[in-house]
Write a protein that binds this ligand. Structure first.
Ligand SMILES: Nc1nc(=O)c2c([nH]1)NC[C@@H]1CN(c3ccc(C(=O)N[C@@H](CCC(=O)O)C(=O)O)cc3)C=[N+]21
Ligand SMILES: [Mg+2]
Length: 298
């Protein structure tokens, strides 16, 4: 029997734990944790994600300081806004929703976010902490994948893991987290030769490429663990949109020993780890909660 790695269910459990802690801590601190999501332009997929994130904040008791800005907002305005949010005591987490419009330099902006409020874990300081194996804020999607594997009792140490995709948001931090958990990690990407031979030798395959039905039965060895980070919208024959991952689920799931569905796998975990990072940052910034640090995901 293939184990379905149910991200929706785990997200619900972790969000309930976070809710209880936020409920206890808000009176102690005198304010709830706060998250500011900055969205520039009106990409409909981004708008849907941002709405999801705000609804999840509401459920958990995190205050939202969302900013939806027009697509022609100047770089200097965004730098000023981030400086304000860095200085705002009510804000524990800041996230710049990606992608941003062409005229915006996202790297420059991400580098101006206070590393201790960097809810996405994309600041060089937090990436450096991850490389060194130090505690810090970590990229939400790979952190969510690690939680999902851990909560389902999947042993990582000594396994061959192949991560497909090398983005700074997913592929690179994913490889580092698997390495930290003692996997033997290979990072594959669009220039990799003979990908299917490589993935067929893997015990764990994480796909983060963004192409629907890319990973087929030919790519997977029997008993492998398959994690699908892809979020692709495809048009159905009825003219509607359906969310699918990178993995041909029907073909791959009978071969795998464990697999994440899309939707309901990695996506809900990403949102939950964003909430987690915001609460972690709150905990680390508030002296009243000093004794609680390190208890969050245990
Ligand atoms: N700075 C930044 N950080 C991000 O973490 C970030 C980003 N920019 N830009 C876009 C991607 C995408 N992303 C998702 C979050 C939740 C779901 C999610 O909740 N998915 C649900 C379904 C959602 C639906 O039905 O539309 C699921 O898979 O079950 C998906 C994708 C975060 N991203
Ligand atoms: Mg890539």
């Amino acid at each position: 029997m293939t184990q379905i790695l149910d991200g929706k269910a785990l997200a619900k459990t972790i969000q309930a734990q976070l809710t209880a802690k936020v409920h206890d801590w808000t009176p102690q601190v005198g304010r709830p944790p706060g998250l500011a999501v900055i969205m520039v332009g009106d990409n409909p997929a981004s708008a849907a994600y941002v709405r999801n994130k705000e609804r999840a904040c509401d459920r958990v008791g995190i205050a939202s300081f969302g900013q939806k800005l027009p697509g022609d907002t100047p770089q200097a305005y965004l730098e000023g806004l981030i400086a304000e949010l860095n200085a705002d005591e009510r804000v524990d987490g800041i996230l710049l929703q990606l992608p941003v419009p062409q005229h915006i330099n996202d790297v420059t902006l991400l580098n101006t976010i206070d590393p201790n409020k960097d809810a996405d874990g994309l600041h060089p300081v937090n990436l450096g902490r991850l490389v060194r194996g130090e505690p810090g804020l970590r990229s939400c999607t790979p952190l969510g994948v690690m939680q999902l594997l851990h909560a389902n009792g999947i042993d990582i140490a000594g396994k061959q893991a192949v991560v497909i995709g090398r983005s700074i948001l997913v592929g690179k931090p994913m490889a580092l987290m698997l390495l930290e958990a003692n996997a033997t990690v290979t990072v594959a990407h669009s220039r990799t030769h003979n990908l299917s031979a490589l993935t067929r030798s893997a015990d764990i395959v994480v796909s983060a490429i963004g192409r629907s039905h890319f990973l087929t039965a030919d790519h997977i060895q029997a008993g492998a663990i398959v994690v699908d980070v892809g979020i692709n919208r495809i048009e159905t024959s009825a003219g509607q949109y359906r969310l699918v991952g990178d993995v041909d689920y029907e073909a791959v799931s009978p071969i795998a020993s464990a697999i994440t569905p899309v939707p309901g796998g990695v996506g809900p975990m990403t949102v939950t780890m964003l909430l987690h990072n915001t609460v972690l940052s709150y905990c680390q910034r508030m002296p009243a909660l000093a004794h609680e640090r390190g208890t969050l995901l245990s």
